[in-house]
Design a protein around this ligand. Sequence first.
Ligand code: ADP
Ligand code: MG
Length: 310
Amino acid sequence: MALTLEPHQPETASQPSETLVAPVDRVPAPAPHVRRPAPPRGAVPALLIDHVTKRFIVGRKKKSVVAVDDVSIRIERGETYGVLGANGGGKSTLIRLVSTLLTIDSGRVEVFGHDIEREEMAVKRLINRVSVDAAFFKKLSPFENLIYAARLYGLDAGTARRESVAILARLGIAESRLSRPLEQMSRGMQQKVAIARALLTSPTLLLLDEPTTGLDPRSKLEVQTFIEEIRDSHDATIVLTTHDLAEADRLCDRLAILNEGRVVVEGTPEELVARVAREHGQPPTLESVFMTWTGRSLDDDTEEDDDDDD
Ligand SMILES: Nc1ncnc2c1ncn2[C@@H]1O[C@H](COP(=O)(O)OP(=O)(O)O)[C@@H](O)[C@H]1O
Ligand SMILES: [Mg+2]
């Protein structure tokens, strides 16, 4: 049993009856992203993935599929790290392994120095995973959802209340609307509440699995802006998966490209772009970085199946 914060409730088909967000012309243009300087090495990393492999046995013929293939990644505290890849590349599997929803076949993972197998409870307190379609009690309000989460995390009632109020205030939800059911809010706002819920603990390793996939452009921009705010204002380390190159460029300090379960290249977006131009004579864009190291375009297959979550 892993993240207890994903209560299973049937999805309601109802459309959001209102949006609690500014009209599109009032959404501020994103500020240019300032990447953080590389954090000092030697300190305990927020996340250490060491030669991790995960296979699935599929079908009647019991075919073995290597979803994550000998992946090693080290992420320092405070970084925003992107895992970029086409569908089926192994992104969600990697996130699920780190969040202890799946077991590792071989290799080791540490979160802030805690081994995820031997110290599972300590790790669970430090990590939060938000998947593409965040699970909530949709009939409950954002406030109720946060209080529920806070109590699960072991915060006392007073602190839970205080923290929830503070977090929701930051999301810009009007007080009069705090008690409305979540299902009446825009999907962008629901996603922001899902991410905000993860801020109830600190320090924290936020695992965002395609946090903006399937959102309309305005909601997408809002969620991205919110992720930037978190990164600037919280003691949070963020791992986010995406197949959106612009999003990776905007949000991430460093990136790994995951192709068929393997990390094929890693670096800051600037390093990768410079490298593809220097070593391969390709245009200095993330598109050509992706093409060069995976042999295909990211647009080729992103439409096929976005049904990749629980
Ligand atoms: N629970 C599972 N059972 C069997 N195969 C799986 C399972 N989850 C993922 N896979 C396979 O592992 C590979 C990686 O999938 P996934 O991690 O979902 O990739 P991504 O999130 O990058 O789209 C794919 O080939 C997928 O079919
Ligand atoms: Mg996925």
